[in-house]
Write a protein that binds this ligand. Structure first.
Ligand code: MG
Length: 362
């Protein structure tokens, strides 16, 4: 039987694997929220979610006190129904980051169960488009790195066979940002993708100005130039530049993605499976983007996003930021600049349970 008999939550702190600073913040630690769901057939699904340093205990409390108890006795196959029940029961705190992160931990556990029961990998259960996806590198592009370090990182990524690099922008002056981008472009040549990311640090006017200053670098996208709730600002920017606009890592509802797409304010969609509330809504956003002929390049969480990008026809890139090595038994396999979607049944992440136990803080 497929009835949920137990559901538990735990919190694991992970040190960042490298210093990661952008125009607004630093990645302090990865608070990883795990949800384990057991069923009467003897299966256990593991789901997870995360923060980059604050709020993890709040997600755990919401799950433990309010959300997990309502799963008991439900049929674990009813993934949509359970998602809707949890969402509607927390209506007063939805749409909200804490609730979405909690929902994602539940939903990914249910998808793990679904895949385990079918003995299929996630990339096939979620759609099954292709078994490998191109990678681009973010680890060599952080804002605290020097221009020489950016160039060295980009050259290394190119020699690895990866499709491109992402560089943080938002230095105090336009000249400094433009100089860093120009140095990387001159080093890697024309046939290599360069993306930039401002992490919501700019006003619309400043983003329009910087986009103009960056125009001759040939950028693949300009990511989070403005605060994520400023849809009209993004629409204005999009009309002023030929650089594609990328958003999504700070969006917590399907409806806000619809607004961006309808207003032609985003050309690359970066839905984060944890922040949108799990695989169930992630796929809806991806398919909606396909209807607008827009590509999906999700934010962070490459260990699960590789399977989701592989599931859909409009997936373009997976972002290389390894962060789970301390608590997993293996890594994503990379061949010729492409990440291979795991073929093992379930989410495809081999958790190291001993390491998780060692790092458990709640
Ligand atoms: Mg970003």
């Amino acid at each position: 039987m497929t009835i949920i008999t137990a559901a538990t939550v735990s919190l694991v702190d992970l040190e960042v694997e490298t210093v990661r600073t952008d125009a607004v913040q630093s990645f302090v630690k990865q608070e990883t929220i795990f949800v384990a769901i057991s069923t009467s057939e003897g299966l256990e699904g593991t789901g997870y979610s995360y923060t980059i340093g604050t709020g993890g205990l709040s997600v755990v409390a919401l799950l433990r006190e309010s959300l997990l108890p309502m799963l008991l006795g439900r049929d674990s196959r009813d993934v949509e129904a359970i998602w809707r029940t949890v969402h509607d029961t927390t209506h007063a705190t939805t749409v909200g980051a804490i609730t979405s992160l909690a929902l994602a931990a539940i939903d990914t556990a249910l998808w793990d169960l679904k895949c385990l029961r079918a003995e299929q990998p996630l990339w096939r259960m979620a759609g099954g488009y292709r078994n490998s996806v191109p990678l681009y590198d973010t680890e060599g592009g952080w804002l605290q790195l020097t221009e020489d370090e950016l160039v060295a990182g980009a050259l290394k990524s190119r020699s690895n066979g990866w499709g491109g690099v992402k560089l943080k922008v938002g230095k105090p002056t336009v000249v400094e940002d433009a100089s860093r981008l120009r140095a990387v472009r001159d080093a890697v040549g024309p046939d290599f993708d360069i993306m930039v990311d401002a992490n919501q640090s700019m006003t619309s006017a400043e983003a329009i100005r910087r986009a103009a200053a960056f125009a001759d670098v040939d950028l693949t996208w300009f990511e989070e130039p403005l605060p994520a709730d400023d849809v009209s600002g993004h629409a204005r920017l999009a009309q002023s530049t030929s650089i594609p606009i990328a958003v999504g890592e700070s969006i917590y509802s399907i409806g806000q993605f619809r607004d961006y797409l309808q207003r032609d304010a985003a050309h690359v969609i970066q839905t984060d499976v944890a922040r949108i509330g799990g695989i169930t809504p992630w796929l809806k956003v991806a398919h909606m983007a396909e209807a607008f002929n827009v590509v999906v390049c999700p934010h962070f969480l490459m260990e699960i996003h590789v399977s989701l990008v592989a599931a859909i026809p409009n997936g373009r890139y997976v972002e290389y930021i390894p962060q789970l090595r301390a608590i997993t038994n293996d890594e994503i396999r990379i061949v010729d600049g492409r990440a291979l979607a795991p073929e093992t049944p379930g989410l495809g992440i081999s958790w190291n349970l001993d390491s998780i136990d060692d790092r458990r803080v709640a």
